[in-house]
Design a protein. Structure first.
Length: 369
């Protein structure tokens, strides 16, 4: 069946719906809403049933917006009479400014108000991940050539977050992701090389592990992990000599508290740099060693502790990395959203210091379920 994201990209639908998001039905019961929202809903129903409010949502950074489709699908799924609400919104992927209104909802408070905190949380997480990925992808083209970024955040958060984080990473610019779940909302299947555990099964013999991988998955591009023995150049050359043109890439994932054996053998190259982990000097040496033996077609994949600033430093130095694998730093949730009711029955009425901020960029959202 055609994914909704394909239908959206082809103009068949405007936004993703609950067919993609598959919300927990307990949202309707208020299970995930702060109790004071639930109490306010009941008071509004009994004491102010004819109210009409405008609620607006904003944050305080320059960011890449994500989560609007999800938030709107939430409202359309769980609000009372959602087809009667007047919703205006920006779109996933829009660049946004501090305090810019990204979403407004107009209607009876008791219809949707209890969803406020959930909407804030959706927008906060999705926008944070999308913005983090966008900044890393942007850093990956500092040298003038865009280096792909594979999203490897599966081990850095609860597994239930993978589908939404994967979608947010896609919105931010990542086109390759580690698990099938990360691709659920937008892609096809996960991709990756091999874990250290595979090499362990072959007692540290990288060539034998690569042979087994290639035999079982001959259709995959062969990309071999080469830091298991903390000797990336030696092991990279071993697999390159064995597989020749079949070898498409090698991945380094050296721990940041380790110094590769190349430096221990060549202490004369040590100097005013940190030799631990995946560092520029190690990559330069690996590229040179591969090229010297005619393996210039073999790509270099770098992972392990990469952040926006580390990638930018690598790119400014023209370190010959072909693809970056990034995980933990992409899941830092630094962007918080706020929902404020700012208009009551057509008149300004809000917490002191907050006021209605119309945004001409907002587009009217039509009901779809």
């Amino acid at each position: 069946m055609e994914k909704e994201i394909a239908m959206k990209l082809n103009g068949k639908i405007d936004r993703l719906t609950n067919k993609t998001f598959k919300f927990d039905e307990r949202i309707k019961e208020g299970w995930f809403s702060a109790v004071y929202f639930l109490k306010t809903k009941e008071i509004a129903e009994k004491k102010r049933p004819n109210n009409e409010v405008i609620m607006q949502f904003f944050q305080k950074e320059n960011a890449v917006l994500c989560g609007t489709d999800e938030a709107i699908a939430l409202i359309h799924t769980f609000a009372d009479q959602p087809e009667q609400l007047d919703i205006h919104s920006l779109k996933d992927g829009d660049k946004i400014s501090p305090y810019e209104t990204v979403l407004t909802i107009k209607g009876p408070y008791q219809s949707f108000g209890y969803l406020e905190g959930i909407i804030d949380g959706i927008l906060a997480r999705r926008t944070s991940v999308a913005t983090n990925v966008y900044n890393v992808v942007k850093a990956g083209r500092t040298s003038g050539k865009q280096k792909p970024v594979i999203f490897m955040g599966d081990r850095d958060d609860h597994y239930t977050q993978q589908a939404g984080d994967g979608y947010a990473a896609f919105i931010g610019g990542s086109t390759a992701q580690a698990t099938h779940a990360m691709n659920e909302w937008w892609g096809k299947t996960g991709m990756g090389t091999m874990p250290h555990a595979l090499i362990q099964l072959f007692e540290g013999d990288v060539v034998e592990a690569a042979k087994a991988y290639h035999e079982i998955y001959p259709q995959d591009e062969l990309m071999v992990l080469v830091d298991y023995n903390n000797d990336v150049i030696t092991d990279a050359l071993k697999v390159a000599r064995e597989f020749g043109e079949t070898l498409k890439g090698v991945r380094l994932d050296t721990s940041n508290n380790m110094v590769d054996k190349y430096f221990l053998r060549n202490q004369h190259v040590m100097g005013a740099f940190d030799p631990r982990g995946v560092n520029p000097e190690l990559i330069f040496a690996l590229r040179q060693a591969l090229n010297d033996e005619g393996f210039d077609h073999v790509k270099i994949i770098a992972s392990g502790g990469f952040t926006q600033s580390k990638i930018r430093m690598f790119e400014k130095r023209n370190v010959p990395v072909d693809l970056y694998g990034v995980g933990r730093s992409l899941l830092d949730i630094k962007i918080g959203f706020t929902g404020d009711s700012v208009v009551l029955n057509g008149k300004p009425e809000s917490k002191f210091g907050r006021q209605y901020r119309p945004n001409p960029r907002l587009e009217k959202v039509f009901f779809q379920n």
